[in-house]
Design a binder for this molecule. Structure first.
Ligand code: DGJ
Length: 724
C-alpha cells in the first residue's frame, strides 16, 4: 500500500512487514527517511537531520547551512556534482559540457498494479490488486532533464522494485553518464556485505565481508552479468544470521554490465547503488527522448538470509518467470553434451532416446554440433542449418524417431555468436562486434555477433524460425560462450559508441521476446558456459538456467547454495552426469535441488546404475511440487562447514519436508546431528525412510543423529518427513 501525507510531505510504501519512507524536504529535495521493518508512523523527519556530521560540506544557499547539506542528507537518488560527494546514482552531461546534476521533486502519481518497462524485463503483477506503484516526478531546472523515480510495493510479499526513467525535457541534447536503478541510504554501517563471486565451472560462491569506510562493491564489464560476479548483493546486520536479523537484498533485473557499490561515509552511513555499469556507458538524449533504466528488486526482512531468499524465491516464481512452464511440470530431460560432445549422429541419438525412455525420461536434448559443418568448436556458429552428414535424412527424421519412441525433443543454439569460419561471416564480415582499426580478441574460436543491429537480429531470427517452425521442437537451450571485448558496432556513430553494451543487451532481449512470443510452447533454458548469465533478466524469458558446467555434486554444493541466495530451485538447471568422483546416489540427491535431468550416455549404464536412476526419477516425480514450490531452508552451508552440508524443502502448509545431507569430507572427530528448520514444532512427523515419528520440536531443536548413517566422503541421505 502506498500513501502520501501532504502536510508532512511524506510517502509511505508498505508491504506486509516492511516500510519504505520517502520525504520531500526544503527546496524540494527528495530524501529517504527509512527502509526496514514495518512502521505505523510517519513522524520521521528527525531521521533526516544529519548536519552534525557535515565536514567541509557545501550547502544550498537557500537553506540555512546549519540545517541541510546534500553531502550528509539521506538522498533518495543521489546526484553528481551538486554537493553530495558520495557515490552518485545519476550524472547527466549537458550541452555546456559539465555533468552537474540536481533533481528536485515536482509531482507524483500513485496507481494500482505495476506498469511494464518493456523492452526491459521486469517483475510483473498477475492481478492489479497485487501491487501499488508510485512515480515521483523530479526535474533538473537548469537542463530541463526530467527524472521519474518508479517504485512498486507488493501487498502480499516484502519486496520493493525500483527503476528510473530520464527524459530530456530541455531544448539541447544531453548525455547520461551514470544512471543507477536504485540508490538507498541507510543510517548505519553495521553490516556485512554478501556477494556471489566465481568463474566458469564455479559460479556464485558466497563471499562475506565487513563493510568499511569508503567504496566497496562488485561489477561486470564483460557484456553479460557474468560468471565472475552476480548482480546480487545483500547487507546482513552484524549479529544477524541465516535465520534471524536484518537482511537487505538487492538484485538487478539485467543481463549486461552492472555495478553494485556500497559507500560508507565518515559519519557511519551506508549508501548502496545498483545499476548499469557506468564504465563504457553513456546515452545520448535529444530533446523529448527518454531512457529507461533496468529494474532493481529490494527485499528487506528481519528473518535473516534464509528469510530473504524465500521472499526472492516466491516473488520470482510468481511474478518474474512467465509462460507455459511457469507452473506446468517441466519435462525431465537427458542432454547429449557430456556424453557425446560433438560426436553424434542420428543412430546414436535414437539409441539414447530408446534407453532414456526405458528409464522414464521425458525429453532428449541434442546439444552443440548439429549445424553447419560443426565437429568441434572452431566453426559454423551463425550457420543455423542442419548438418545432414551427421543427421542423415535431416532433423525432422530424427525428431520423428525420437517422438515415436515417446520422447520430446530439444535443441541447442548460440544465437549471439559467429564463427570466423562460417558462411554467415563470409557473407557479412562486418556483423561481428568490433571497433575500427583494432584486431579483435577471439574467445572459444568465436566472435560475438552484433545483435544491437536489427538486420543482424532479423537474419538470426529468420534462420532459427525456419528450423523451429518446420520441426517439432519442445525445448531450446540458448547458450552464450564468450565475453565481449573490443566492443563496438559498425552502425553506431563515434559519439554514440558508449551505447553499445546496453544496445547489445536490448538486442538480446528483443530476440528472446520474439522467440518466446513466436513459440510459446517451447521450454527455453538459458545458459552461458554454464551459469555465466544466471540473472533475473534471463529468468523473464527462460524459466530455467543451466547453473554450471561443473556437474560433480560436491563442487555443485557451493554453487547451488550461493545461487539459492536469490534464485529458486525451479530455475536452477541441475543434471546427473557420468563424472567419476562421486557416486550416483549423491549425484541424484544434489541434482534434485534443481530442474533435474541427465547428462550421460544411457546406453553405457550398469544394471546397478539403471536401478539407482529409476529410483531417482521416481523421487523427481514424488518431490516435484515440494522442491519447485516449497520453502527452501539452508541447514548447513558448505561455505562455512568444510565437512558436510544440508538443506531442506518444506511445504507451505508445513505438512511435509524433504531434507538432504551430504558428506563432503569425512570428519574423524565430530558427530553429525542434523537440525531441521521451518517445521511446526507442535506437530508429529513420520520419517518415511525409518518409520520413526518425531515432533517438529525435536527435529528442529535436538536434530536427528546421522553420525552412523552417512560419514564417508561423498555419501548423502535424503529424508522425507510427513506430518501425522
Ligand atoms: C557450454 C554449455 O554450458 C554446455 O552445457 C554445452 O552446451 C556447451 N556450451 C556446448 O558448446
Amino acid at each position: 500500500m502506498i500513501t502520501y501525507n501532504s502536510s508532512e510531505r511524506i510517502f509511505k510504501l508498505d508491504t506486509p512487514d516492511t516500510s519504505y519512507i520517502i520525504g520531500i524536504g526544503a527546496e524540494d529535495y527528495i530524501l529517504n527517511l527509512y527502509y526496514g521493518a514495518y512502521l505505523p508512523d510517519i513522524n520521521l523527519w528527525a531521521n533526516a537531520e544529519r548536519i552534525k556530521s557535515a565536514s567541509f560540506s557545501p550547502a544550498n544557499p537557500h537553506i540555512p547551512h546549519e540545517k541541510f547539506s546534500t553531502d550528509v542528507a539521506p538522498m533518495e537518488y543521489s546526484c553528481n556534482g551538486s554537493g553530495d560527494f558520495r557515490i552518485s546514482a545519476i550524472a547527466v552531461r549537458n550541452s555546456d559540457g559539465n555533468s552537474v546534476t540536481d533533481i528536485r521533486y515536482k509531482g507524483h502519481k500513485i496507481s494500482k498494479g505495476k506498469p511494464s518497462i518493456a523492452p526491459l524485463p521486469s517483475v510483473y503483477v498477475n492481478d492489479e490488486s497485487e501491487a501499488d506503484t508510485l512515480e515521483i516526478y523530479a526535474e533538473d531546472k537548469v537542463t530541463g532533464v526530467e527524472v521519474t523515480l518508479i517504485y512498486t510495493v507488493f501487498n502480499n510479499i516484502d519486496a520493493v522494485t525500483k527503476s528510473v526513467r530520464v527524459t530530456n525535457g530541455g531544448k539541447a541534447p544531453v548525455d547520461i553518464e551514470r544512471i543507477f536503478s536504485t540508490c538507498l541510504d541507510l543510517p548505519t554501517m553495521d553490516f556485512d556485505l554478501i556477494t556471489l563471486y566465481g568463474r566458469h565451472m564455479k559460479e556464485r560462491c558466497r563471499e562475506q565481508r565487513r563493510l568499511a569506510h569508503g567504496i566497496q562493491g562488485v561489477a561486470s564489464k564483460r557484456g553479460s552479468s557474468s560468471h565472475n560476479q552476480n548482480p546480487f548483493a545483500a547487507l546482513l546486520r552484524h549479529g544477524a544470521t541465516e535465520d534471524n536479523g536484518d537482511a537487505y537484498g538487492i538484485n538487478l533485473i539485467y543481463s549486461g554490465n552492472f555495478e553494485f557499490s556500497a559507500e560508507c561515509d565518515y559519519s557511519g552511513t551506508t549508501r548502496m547503488i545498483m545499476g548499469i555499469n557506468p564504465t563504457d556507458f553513456s546515452w545520448h538524449l535529444e530533446p523529448d527522448e527518454s531512457f529507461q533504466s533496468p529494474e532493481a528488486v529490494h527485499v528487506y526482512t528481519n528473518e535473516g538470509l534464509g528469510g530473504m531468499s524465500r521472499i526472492y524465491h516466491r516473488l520470482y516464481i510468481n511474478n518474474l518467470v512467465r509462460g507455459k512452464y511457469k507452473y506446468e511440470k517441466r519435462p525431465l530431460l537427458i542432454n547429449s553434451w557430456e556424453a557425446c560432445f560433438f560426436d553424434f549422429d542420428t543412430d546414436k541419438l535414437v539409441a539414447f532416446a530408446k534407453n532414456a525412455k526405458e528409464l522414464g525420461m521425458d525429453m532428449l536434448v541434442m546439444d552443440d554440433g548439429w549445424f553447419g559443418k560443426r565437429n568441434d568448436d572452431t566453426n559454423s556458429l551463425g550457420d543455423w542449418f542442419v548438418n545432414e552428414n551427421k543427421l542423415k535424412g535431416g532433423l525432422s527424421k530424427l525428431i520423428e524417431q525420437v517422438n515415436d519412441i515417446g520422447l520430446k525433443f530439444g535443441i541447442w543454439y548460440e544465437p549471439e555468436m559467429i564463427s570466423p569460419d562460417s558462411e554467415l561471416f563470409r557473407a557479412h564480415p562486418d556483423w561481428y562486434v568490433h571497433v575500427p582499426n583494432r584486431e579483435s580478441s577471439i574467445g572459444r574460436n568465436q566472435y560475438v555477433l552484433d545483435v544491437s543491429r536489427e538486420d543482424v537480429r532479423d537474419n538470426i531470427f529468420n534462420q532459427m524460425y525456419s528450423v523451429l517452425s518446420e520441426n517439432k521442437i519442445d525445448y531450446l537451450k540458448w547458450d552464450f560462450n564468450r565475453n565481449i571485448s573490443e566492443a563496438g558496432s559498425a552502425l553506431l556513430p563515434a559519439e554514440r559508441s558508449k551505447e553499445f553494451f546496453h544496445r547489445f543487451v536490448l538486442g538480446t532481449y528483443d530476440l528472446m521476446d520474439r522467440f518466446t512470443k513466436a513459440f510459446p510452447d517451447i521450454l527455453f533454458e538459458n545458459c552461458s558456459g554454464g551459469g555465466g548469465r544466471f540473472d533475473p533478466g534471463m529468468l523473464y524469458y527462460s524459466p530455467q538456467i543451466w547453473t554450471s558446467d561443473h556437474t560433480d555434486p560436491i563442487e555443485r554444493l557451493t554453487i547451488q547454495f550461493g545461487t539459492s541466495l536469490c534464485y529458486p530451485a525451479s530455475t536452477m538447471g541441475a543434471h546427473v552426469s557420468a563424472a567419476k568422483r562421486t557416486g550416483f546416489e549423491t549425484k541424484g540427491n544434489v541434482a534434485l535441488w534443481g530442474t533435474f535431468g541427465y547428462e550421460l550416455d544411457p546406453t553405457k549404464l550398469t544394471e546397478d546404475d539403471r536401478q539407482i536412476i529409476l529410483g531417482q526419477i521416481n523421487d523427481y516425480h514424488k518431490y516435484y511440487d515440494l522442491i519447485h514450490y516449497g520453502d527452501l531452508y539452508r541447514l548447513i552451508d558448505p561455505h562455512t562447514d568444510h565437512f558436510k552440508c544440508a538443506w531442506s524443502f518444506v511445504s507451505p502448509d508445513k505438512k511435509e519436508a524433504l531434507a538432504t545431507a551430504v558428506i563432503m569430507r569425512e570428519n574423524f572427530c565430530h558427530l553429525f546431528f542434523l537440525k531441521l528448520k521451518g517445521l511446526d514444532k507442535d506437530r508429529m512427523y513420520r520419517c518415511e525412510e525409518t518409520g520413526e515419528v518425531y515432533s517438529g520440536a525435536l527435529l528442529m531443536n535436538s536434530g536427528i543423529n546421522l553420525s552412523r548413517v552417512i560419514w564417508r566422503d561423498g555419501e548423502s541421505k535424503m529424508l522425507h518427513f510427513i506430518a501425522e
